[in-house]
Design a protein around this ligand. Structure first.
Ligand SMILES: [Zn+2]
Length: 218
């Protein structure tokens, strides 16, 4: 496990004469820097983003923009996490972790334990909450749940009344599948007291998507 911030591209770290300049903040090539879309937003709910390694170099990935926008937020990269280190991340500061994930009864046959019930009173106190977000494809996210039993012990928060996705880049497996940033934004609208506050995050996401589309051949 390592911090996403430490993921300096090898090209920069090892080459005496780098061919491309990288932005140290968003870790993208300078020409594709997305930092203009970062809108710092304070959150009562703290974020913990667990990013699958295959998402790190994915230009369409929105998790780093989410991480750079929402404060407080922690982002780590890995598939199987050290159990003690993961528990420390989940419980840091005495907050209660809540997994942003739908209830998936079918996963029990895959060896994934059913989640405990979510205490409704918990949802009324965002300052006590840590929203745990798995940034991976659907298939890889299930693998991460399977490989990290601590994630199976978390109560889950499932989005209700899914709004139409703004996401126009990556073809989703389901029509209403949201990007990581959008899912987090809609969850924060429900968990945090001020939904209007989070519109700025979706507006930033639209700018990000527009920038990505300029790199995609028509
Ligand atoms: Zn940047």
């Amino acid at each position: 496990m390592h911090s996403g911030a430490a993921g300096v591209p090898a090209e920069v770290a090892e080459s005496a004469a780098p061919r491309r300049a990288f932005c140290a903040r968003c870790l993208r090539a300078q020409v594709a820097c997305i930092c203009q879309w970062i809108t710092p937003l304070q959150s009562s709910v703290e974020l913990l983003i667990l990013q699958h390694p295959l998402e790190v170099g994915n230009a369409k990935n929105s998790a780093r923009l989410l991480h750079l926008s929402v404060q407080p937020s922690t982002m780590v990269v890995g598939e199987t996490f050290d159990a003690a280190a993961l528990t420390a991340l989940l419980e840091a500061g005495g907050r209660t972790p809540l997994l942003l994930y739908p209830d998936t009864p079918g996963d029990r046959s895959l060896g994934i334990a059913p989640p405990p019930a979510c205490d409704a009173a918990l949802l009324d106190d965002p300052a006590r909450l840590r929203l745990v977000i798995v940034d991976a494809t659907w298939r890889k996210s299930r693998k991460m749940l399977y490989l990290n039993p601590a994630l199976q012990t978390l109560p889950r928060f499932a989005l209700r009344a899914m709004p139409p996705s703004h996401y126009r880049i990556r073809k989703a497996h389901a029509p209403d599948q949201l990007s990581t940033l959008e899912a987090a934004a809609y969850a924060l609208m429900q968990l945090d007291a001020a939904p209007a506050h989070w519109q700025a995050l979706l507006a930033a996401f639209d700018g990000f998507v527009g920038q990505q589309l300029r790199y995609v051949p028509a």
